[in-house]
Design a protein around this ligand. Structure first.
Ligand code: UGA
Length: 441
């Protein structure tokens, strides 16, 4: 099928390349000429495992191209809209400027029978507000949220755990236009459909809410375990053992019960805030009031990590050499948006520490936002002479591959703070380190 993907950021670039990889003829469109130039050359604009390969493959097979000209969307049967919905400046609500601009720019190129598939994460009610403009051209709007995780984005796009389509409905069922849109979307996602991937067909509002409620649930799960870490800290309990034990209950599950410095990234923090703001607008602020607590617990964990370092250094980090292992908001990503890792590094710098940051992928991005920090590519060079070391992104390079005795040969001090509870305390202590975890004795 011929497809267009409007917006070639994280979501759009991966979506375009992934759709080409399953045989579609795809044009990716973005207003950012530099991004389009890079993508057209086959250069992945960010680090995402597997993206480079499918980008190169799609371009050389002639199934994937990129353009800054919206007119190139004309003729596609399905137009995906995957532009950003950042947090508004000075507020919690989502900024819909890019979604509105993308749809307005696309309107002149839509034909009778086309599908516009919204993928951006939007406040509930957005699809309804866009549908009229789109149907006036003879095209149909569907809301088809994306659940990809950074670091697994290609796999999650090609082989998602569920597909959701919000379509025009009447009396709780897709109307004729909606049913036709569903048939087209099933063709688009033919590989996942053939595998029997659950395909949930619903109305616009439910589809929009599926996305934000999934992220709200995940954020709540992480903050729940971090709240337990706070209690563990004053009782001498071990939050990782607690998580293992409750995680064996299949109703709870162990995933996303990793206590540490909390969640960050371009999605969870902004999505829970936008959800709160939207609920307020709808007169149901109290229904998701707990999300404020979720946010606050999350932010407190960064303070805790900083406190652990300062405390271990005897009450002051001033002029102390602190090596920060990690900058990305999570491993397998070079994304530093709202990264708790980088925030901890910047706060330690603010307290007068001489901070050296290392990360396998995110240094370039981190330097742009926090040029005041010292960055070193090589992990061992970064460790040399450190008074204290803190792990803030659980890359294998630190979690599995860093031998405590080897680290002890490099550092000056013996303080290790495990901001992600990803190290083996016994092994580090045996090598002479003063090990401090998050919510662990
Ligand atoms: C998140 C969701 O997981 C995806 O399903 C969703 O599609 C995506 O947002 C989105 O809205 O686009 P992502 O932001 O890539 O994906 O990252 P996650 O894997 O959810 O991790 C988010 C943060 O939580 C990271 O900082 C991670 O370190 C932290 N985390 C995760 C924990 O602190 N503890 C855990 O147990 C798990």
């Amino acid at each position: 099928m011929r497809l267009s993907v409007i917006g070639c950021g994280y979501l759009g670039a991966v979506h375009a390349a992934a759709m080409a990889s399953i045989g579609h003829d795809v044009v990716g469109i973005d207003v950012d000429a530099r991004k389009i130039e890079a993508l057209s050359r086959g250069d992945a604009p960010f680090f995402e495992p597997g993206l480079q390969e499918i980008l190169t493959e799609g371009i050389s097979a002639g199934r994937l191209r990129f353009s800054t000209d919206m007119a190139d969307a004309a003729g596609a049967a399905v137009h995906f809209v995957g532009v950003g919905t950042p947090q508004q400046k000075g507020g919690y609500a989502a900024d819909l400027t890019y979604v509105n601009a993308a749809v307005d720019a696309l309107l002149p190129y839509l034909s009778e029978g086309d599908i516009v598939a919204g993928k951006s994460t939007v406040p509930v009610g957005t699809a309804e507000s866009l549908a009229g403009r789109i149907s006036a051209t003879g095209a149909t709007l569907v809301w088809n949220p994306e659940f990809l995780r950074e670091g697994w984005a290609v796999q999650d796009t090609v082989d998602p755990d569920r597909l959701v389509a919000g379509v025009p409905s009447a009396g709780g069922e897709p109307d004729e236009e909606g049913a036709r849109a569903v048939a087209l979307l099933r063709e688009v996602y033919h590989t996942a459909v053939a595998k029997g991937t659950p395909f949930i067909v619903t109305d616009y509002a439910t589809a929009e809410l599926v996305k934000v409620s999934a992220n709200a649930f995940l954020a709540t799960k992480i903050s729940f375990i971090n709240a337990m870490a706070e209690i563990a800290e004053v009782t001498g309990a071990d939050v990782t053992q607690l998580a293992d034990a409750i995680g064996h209950d299949a109703r709870i599950g162990r995933r996303f019960l990793g206590a540490g410095i909390g969640f960050g990234g371009g999605c969870l923090p902004k999505d829970i805030r936008a959800f709160s703001a939207r609920a307020e607008e709808l007169g149901r602020g109290e229904s998701v009031a707990f999300l404020r607590e979720v946010d606050e617990i999350n932010l407190r964990r960064r303070d805790r990590a900083v406190h652990l370092v300062v405390d271990a250094l005897g009450g002051s980090a001033y002029t102390k050499k602190v090596t920060v292992l990690g900058a990305a908001f999570k491993p397998h990503s070079d994304d530093i948006r709202d990264s708790p890792a980088l925030d901890v590094a910047a706060r330690l710098h603010g307290l007068g520490a001489e901070v050296t940051v290392t990360d396998p992928e995110a240094i370039e991005n981190a330097r742009r936002v926090h040029p005041q920090l010292t960055y070193v590519e090589d992990r061992d060079t970064a460790l040399r002479g450190a008074d204290a070391v803190i792990v803030v992104t659980e890359w294998d390079e630190y979690r599995r591959e860093l031998d405590p005795s080897h680290a002890a040969d490099l550092a000056s001090g013996r303080i290790i703070v495990d901001g992600r509870n990803c190290l083996d305390p016994a092994a580090w202590r045996a090598a002479g380190w003063d090990y401090r975890g998050m919510g662990r004795p």
